[in-house]
Design a protein around this ligand. Sequence first.
Ligand code: SF4
Length: 345
Amino acid sequence: MSMSDFSRRLIRWHKQHGRHDLPWQNTTDAYRVWLSEIMLQQTQVATVLPYYARFLERFPTLKDLATAPVGEVMALWSGLGYYARARNLHACARVVVSEYGGQFPTDAEALRALPGIGRSTANSIATFCFAARAPILDGNVKRVFTRCFGIEGFPGNAAVEKQLWTLAEELMPAKQADIYNQAQMDLGATLCTRSKPRCADCPLGEICVARATNRQVELPHRKTRGELPQREVTLLILRRKNRVLLERRPPVGIWGGLLSLPELPEQASAEVFVAQRLACQIDGVLSAPTAIHTFTHFRLHITPLICNVTAHPRAMESGLEWHDLGDLEHIALPAPIKKLLTALG
Ligand code: SF4
């Protein structure tokens, strides 16, 4: 197969079978394209669609986003996961406004220097908005490459990734870079899916190594790792009638910057901690069933303790806030915490 054969097949396929009507397509508005690119990192289109619409409704321009409080951005992002993306989104909007007068730079290298924008995302924006000829390498493209060319090794491994970038550069067609990049994403998302690739319908079917050798399930190789480390945490659900006490997490670490439930230090007594640290009085503590949440690098066992608050100071310490249980939809909460509190009713 020649290099141009690969891109030709994809571009031809995309004309008829690619996605053409997603809300961030058919525009060269870098704000809209950038927003979609960040949301689509690690998240599927169907999940992104309503968030994308809500963000644009609330922040129609980059300046609206840059001038909004970060807490509001986090709240709108709540439920999409990987919250560093939301913090970087806000930081990036501010940098583009303060350093570039509100217009994204047109050069891929300059885009890549902005918060939260990696090489593939920078190239994608440069291609779709500024007619650059720059390859992309997101999860979908990696899957298509490793299968089609029979590439061994975990794609996250630095040496394998370097090999994939070299291939991406070589395969880049001279023209129609935007259609070609979109075609790769669409093929990975709709045909060459992780668990059920539809090889019979694939434009690369005749040249695909994985299909010829029946190794679609094996490729791309998965990361070899042992059992995930386990961590345990006790969280306090302090209730007062229909309200619950939430505490803002530190900006770095898991759930950085989000509201969550106060965490009980190891070995501490809930009654003493609540009285001394939160200045509340409670009448008894009830254990709720443990919830398990799996992160990429560890598994968290959450033990919730329900405390009925009988008295608390009129003004809480900074970082502590009372919220209505019926208002959870509008608060930036980590998904497992939202689930715990929703179960309380
Ligand atoms: S033939 Fe199958 S495995 Fe190969 S690229 Fe197409 S869908 Fe993926």
